[in-house]
Design a binder for this molecule. Structure first.
Ligand SMILES: [Zn+2]
Length: 466
């Protein structure tokens, strides 16, 4: 089935071949290919129109006429043929557009292709539900993350969803998953923004190269210039089951995901743990949540603990001494705090150094635990530091302000003024709830919190077999 690069090749080819002719007449041989017009209305509208411009949206071909927008979708096997002179229709020709410089035939063995006709100022309903184009600025990791929030659909299937990204079909979805070393069955709602960024850049690279190569030809597809198979040798997994992976030498496997043939390398694309960031403001009960999940056997690491550990290591202290321009012996928590709170720029430098080291340690810990299905990382300032982009999923523990105050007064002996100050230095709960993937209210008892956590874990898409 033609995908974005093939459709782009077809439309560019037609433009090159036909230029901007006037339509003299139309023969509709198989009326059902017309999606929204009768053959009479279609023919009457097109007669006398000039093809002014050619375009593409997702897998749709767009012909801008003098007064109309003509849209075609090739579906499985639709093909256009342009002839300079009159040619009798073939057996599978369903539409002939007679031009002042030749004839355009539409041929379709399976008869799945469709034509849509709209007046120029009318909204084209068939394009309504399409998501952003792969090369559009609208396509961002944030958009994709939001689009897929909590979706358990496999990423491979989700890439075919035209309302998410327009133009990707089965072949390129397989190639994109491979290029990103993504398990095709990975649930789409459990992917970090960082990984989505990789998906976007690989999608652009792969489709861009395919457009350049003139579209892939697999099975019967040919563009009207007869461009064939130029890109086939660049496919890493598609239709290569049993062959050796070009990256690791492992055998490429084939399976079905939602009924579609899915090719992948079992080694390069093995299943990775879902890494969940656990966050919450002071007094929210985040630590209790963390302790409970750990007691249930889920591997957990805490940013604060990593930070403390780093501050005990000679290498960290030497680097910090250099940044603060002081002898290593002077460094202790109080000294560091007094220096950075007096100097915003210095604070930024120290924080950026420590954040980098912490992230490095966490990544190492994640890769050491890559055979686990589920990992938790406790990150107190997850959203404030924009660290949510590194994690597949974010879980927020929150409590009512009133509850927070009474807890902090009671458990930590803090004054109302101290509490207000601490809370003001953090992002508001409302904003955090907007940004997180899942929020658990912890306003009542510990056992209620545990129940909510149990229910949360139960809903996670883990331990699913291929
Ligand atoms: Zn491989």
């Amino acid at each position: 089935m033609p995908e974005l690069p093939e459709v782009q090749t077809v439309i560019s080819t037609l433009e090159k071949q036909m230029g901007h002719p006037q339509i003299r007449g139309v023969r509709v041989i198989y009326p059902r290919i017309l999606a929204n017009k009768s053959p009479e209305d279609f023919s009457a509208a097109l007669e006398g129109q000039r093809i002014e411009a050619y375009g593409r949206r997702g897998k749709f071909l767009l012909f801008t006429l003098s007064d109309y927008l003509l849209i075609a979708h090739l579906r499985m096997e639709g093909k256009f043929y342009y002839f300079h002179e009159h040619v009798e229709p073939y057996k599978h020709t369903h539409l002939v557009i007679e031009l002042d410089n030749g004839e355009l035939h539409y041929n379709d063995v399976r008869k799945f292709g469709r034509f849509y006709l709209y007046e120029k100022n009318e909204a084209a309903a068939c394009l309504d539900k399409l998501g952003p184009e792969p090369f559009s600025d609208e396509l961002t990791a944030g958009f994709l993350k939001k689009h897929c929030r909590n979706l358990q659909v496999p990423i491979k299937s989700q890439l075919l969803d035209q309302s998410m990204i327009a133009g990707i079909g089965n072949i390129y979805a397989n190639e994109i998953c491979f290029a990103c070393h993504l398990d095709p069955l990975r649930p789409a709602g459990f992917l970090s923004a960082e990984k989505w960024e990789e998906v976007i850049s690989q999608t652009r690279r792969i489709l861009g190269e395919a457009i350049e190569a003139g579209g892939t030809t697999i099975r019967s597809y040919t563009s009207s210039l007869g461009v064939t198979g130029l890109f086939q040798q660049n496919l890493y997994v598609q239709s290569r089951q049993g062959e050796k992976c070009r990256e690791c030498g492992c055998e490429i496997a084939k399976t079905r995901v939602n009924g579609r043939g899915t090719y992948y390398c079992p080694e390069c694309q093995k299943s990775q743990p879902i890494v969940i960031a656990l966050t919450g403001s002071i007094g929210s009960g985040k630590s209790e949540a963390s302790a409970y999940l750990q007691s249930k056997g889920y591997p957990m690491i805490s940013c604060d603990a990593v930070n403390s550990q780093l501050l005990e290591e000679r290498e960290t202290l030497e680097n910090l001494a250099e940044i603060l321009n002081c002898p290593v012996e002077r460094l202790d928590r109080n000294y560091i705090a007094s220096r950075i709170f007096a100097d915003a720029l210095l604070r930024k430098q120290v924080e950026s150094y420590l954040h980098g080291r912490i992230l490095e340690r966490i990544r190492k810990w994640i890769s050491d635990n890559e055979s686990e299905p589920l990992l938790f990382v406790e990150v107190p300032l997850l959203f404030e530091a924009d660290w949510d982009r590194y994690f597949d999923y974010s879980l927020l523990i929150y409590a009512d302000e009133e509850v927070l105050y009474s807890r902090l007064r009671k458990n930590r002996g803090m004054s109302d003024e101290q509490i207000a100050q601490r809370l003001a230095s953090q992002m508001s709960v409302a904003e955090k709830r907007q940004r997180c993937d899942q929020a658990i209210a912890n306003d009542t008892t510990l056992s209620q919190l545990r129940k909510s956590l149990d229910a949360f874990v139960k809903r996670l898409p883990v331990n699913k077999e291929r």
